[in-house]
Design a protein around this ligand. Structure first.
Ligand SMILES: Cc1cc2nc3c(=O)[nH]c(=O)nc-3n(C[C@H](O)[C@H](O)[C@H](O)COP(=O)(O)O)c2cc1C
Length: 426
């Protein structure tokens, strides 16, 4: 009989204290409707975070190591290669409005659905409440070459819920069933759903919803083990992931509060989920996937899991890499616009200025996340927020890290620092 997870078993304060049975390990692979995902780790969709730059940044996380020893632990245990080198098996887009997608001009759509060849396998996440529009946009994602399409039934943001999208739909299971059927009929690529447990504690629907997904031909489900009313408060209730896993035969992806490789292994042990999904820990600690791969490999080889913790030099290299990738992406977009002769128009100029502002905004946001856990980081974050442009942001970072190249590594997940925009409900 499967072991059921209870709250008493959780040891958040110090996961290292949690005595884990031998079989505790994130699976090497799993399969969603014929798409092989290896290892069984998923980068959670995050609005304002998981754009193409961030997704590729996570997939290339191995480049941040000074000696380039990606996939090798201190014990010299070889972890894996390619996707497995980064440790991240599947990436997902930020959620995209189905209404918006189906109305947009082709060029604008391309901008929303931009991804590069090295991002496969990649899943496009859509939200909305109109079955026809959702089916149309799923088809658009399929035509754009995505490997999977995912429906968002978890977003707690007021403006999304107000249109009955995201977690708003959790109050209307019959409508969800219609949506499942329409979207399923519209696409041949694997179709998945990501949801919360229910609207609130009086209305928990996750098991019923997962069964309905399976009956309607969906290929996997992902559960963020909180209700809409929970927002991000308290602890994710992993026992509901275990309950969903017990109820269906399609793969179940567990999500909520994974901060460390030990947490990832503990979730698999506690729930028997097929894969783990990681959100807020990724922008705060982009090494998390690689650390999980290292932990899994060392545990398998030696019986004791271990992983590298980034030094300040690694952190500095990583911030610079991310900034360079952001700037490169802008240059690519501008070249594409010039080719379409958009840049010489007034609207082209406005778009360009907006993009530069967005770029500096992202630099500030990410620099702040990336420096959580670094002693003295709060002073750095203050100067970053006062910086007027990208060069000034970089200048503050360079100044801060100068002379700290060999400082002691830190392992702070920084989870609390990453917030979902508009989602922190009162
Ligand atoms: C900044 C931010 C943006 C998010 N955007 C989305 C989204 O677009 N779609 C979605 O399904 N969930 C979204 N989420 C929720 C995450 O995917 C994930 O379910 C949640 O953060 C719990 O996982 P974690 O504890 O690993 O962070 C977002 C979360 C954050 C913090």
């Amino acid at each position: 009989m499967k072991k059921r997870y209870t709250l008493e078993q959780k040891r958040w304060d110090d996961p290292a204290e949690h005595a884990m049975p031998e079989h505790t390990r994130v699976p090497a692979r799993f399969n969603i409707g014929g798409v092989e995902i290896a290892p069984a780790t998923v980068l959670a969709p995050m609005a304002g975070v998981t754009d193409t730059v961030f997704r590729r940044f996570i997939k290339n996380a191995s480049m941040f190591s000074a000696d380039g020893s990606a996939g090798l632990t201190a014990d010299g245990v070889e972890a894996v290669t390619s996707n497995q080198q980064s440790g991240c098996g599947l990436i997902m887009t930020e959620f995209t409005s189905a209404d918006g997608l189906s109305r947009m001009r082709e060029t604008k759509r391309k901008r929303y659905l931009t991804y590069y060849d090295d991002e496969h396998p990649i899943s496009a996440q859509i939200f909305g409440s109109n079955p026809e529009t959702l089916a149309d946009s799923a088809r658009i994602c399929q035509d754009a070459g995505f490997d999977l399409v995912d429906l968002n039934l978890g977003c707690p943001a007021k403006r999304v819920v107000a249109c009955n999208g995201g977690s708003g739909l959790l109050r209307d299971l019959p409508l969800i069933e219609v949506i499942f059927k329409r979207v399923r009929a519209a696409v041949s690529i694997p179709f998945t759903v990501k949801f919360r447990m229910g609207w609130n504690d009086h209305h928990i629907v996750c098991v019923e919803l997962a069964k309905m997904a399976e009956d309607c031909g969906l290929n996997a489900v992902a559960l963020h083990a909180r209700t809409r009313e929970d927002g991000y408060t308290g602890q994710a209730r992993w026992e509901y992931i275990a309950a969903v896993k017990d109820a269906v035969t399609i793969p179940v992806i567990g999500n909520g509060d994974i901060r460390t490789p030990e947490d990832a292994a503990a979730m698999v042990d506690a729930t028997h989920c097929d894969a783990v999904m990681i959100g807020r820990a990724a922008p705060a600690n982009p090494w998390i996937f690689r650390q999980i791969a290292q932990y899994t490999a060392t545990k398998e080889a030696t019986g004791v899991g271990s992983y590298e913790v980034p030094t300040d030099a690694d952190r500095y290299r990583m911030i610079r890499t991310y900034f360079e990738m952001l700037v490169d992406e802008i240059a690519i977009e501008e070249r594409a616009e010039a080719a379409r002769a958009e840049a010489i128009t007034a609207s082209g100029q406005v778009a360009r200025e907006q993009r530069n502002r967005d770029c500096v905004g992202k630099m500030k946001q990410f620099a702040s996340w990336f420096t959580h856990g670094v002693p003295g980081g709060s002073g750095l974050r203050k100067s970053i927020f006062e910086a007027k442009n990208g060069a000034a942001v970089l200048g503050s970072i360079e100044e801060f890290f100068e002379g700290r190249a060999n400082a002691t590594p830190h392992n702070d997940s920084g989870l609390e620092a990453v917030h979902e925009p508009e989602a922190m409900i009162a």
